[in-house]
Design a protein around this ligand. Structure first.
Ligand code: 6CS
Length: 291
């Protein structure tokens, strides 16, 4: 019988997880051994499957199909040091990334998925990597004087665009913007177009993402409001399945070495991110912060 490592391994792991989930006695591999097996599986496979959003400079799919951005570049470098040659990316909406990870469709989410308590409940995050504030793209002169999500909520008809399942969608809703005035936008270009066409009155993403979009749009009728008043500064991390905390720990060990050696800064700072910002905060702080 040829042992198809990929299928049989996934079947084995799923079955084992089912036994554990039903309170069955764990027979066979211990968790660390399973995690070592998970890493061995990725090494043999030659790549780790990552979820991205295609939102530069966090993540980007180039015209030639290659994947770049601070998140994938950092993940590729870390996995390489773990003996996993490359990463293979799938573009996903933010709201689908965690379910996809939990369903085993991805080995990690390296999309700049901001750490928040409810997400920390659902995934095993690495230590912080990409930090940023929130921003709004608005018409030139910011005619409705939006400085915060509360300002948008207070306006009787204003609509704000935001990524589905993303932080900006949640912040707008929590600030009191009615559901029908928070418009889910599939990608950056669509958001800018909707703003230009007057279908939304503001488009919200992190500062570096809005900055990248406005630079590429090169439209003198648009400007950025940053930071959004009252919105926290967030930091993201690579997200792993809760079943894979040993793989996360292995990732973290390399990430810490790269932060120490300067390699971390060399990878993310050309994209506009601050290595220092990520080094000054911990997963433990971000996963308990009231954000
Ligand atoms: O983690 C999030 O929810 C947010 N992260 C990024 C990089 N962009 C927008 C998204 O809402």
């Amino acid at each position: 019988m040829t042992f198809d490592r990929r299928t049989d391994f996934v079947t084995f792991r799923t079955a084992l997880a089912a036994v554990v989930a039903t309170g069955g006695i764990l027979l066979g591999a211990s968790a660390p051994a399973m995690a070592q097996e998970a890493l061995e599986e990725l090494r043999e496979q030659g790549f780790a499957r990552i979820a991205i959003a295609n939102e530069p400079p966090y993540t980007a799919v180039n015209p030639d199909g290659t994947v770049a951005g601070a998140g994938p570049d950092l993940a590729r470098a870390v996995f390489k040091k773990l003996g996993v040659e490359d990463v293979v990316a799938s573009v996903s909406e933010y709201g689908a990334m965690i379910p996809g990870l939990q369903a085993g469709r991805f080995d990690a989410v390296t999309a700049g998925l901001f750490m928040k308590p409810q997400r920390c409940e659902a995934v095993a995050y690495s230590q912080p990597d990409l930090c940023d504030a929130e921003a709004l793209a608005v018409p030139k002169g910011n005619p409705l004087n939006f400085q915060s999500y509360e300002d948008i909520a207070a306006h009787p008809t204003a609509k704000v665009g935001a990524p589905g399942g993303g932080t900006e969608e949640r912040l707008a809703l929590e600030a009191g913007v009615p559901r029908d005035r928070v418009i889910v936008v599939p990608d950056g270009q669509s958001g800018i177009k909707m703003l230009q066409d007057g279908r939304i009155d503001a488009y919200s993403l992190p500062v570096l993402s809005i900055g990248d979009l406005l630079k590429k749009a090169n439209d003198p009728n648009l400007e950025m409001v940053a930071p959004v008043k009252g919105a926290p500064i967030y930091c993201a991390g690579a997200a792993f399945s809760k079943d894979n905390t040993e793989l996360r720990d292995a990732y973290d060990k390399v990430l810490a070495e790269m932060k120490e050696s300067g390699e971390f800064a060399e990878i993310i700072e050309p994209y506009g991110f601050s290595a220092e910002a990520a080094k000054q905060v911990t997963r433990e702080e971000l996963c308990t912060a009231s954000n």
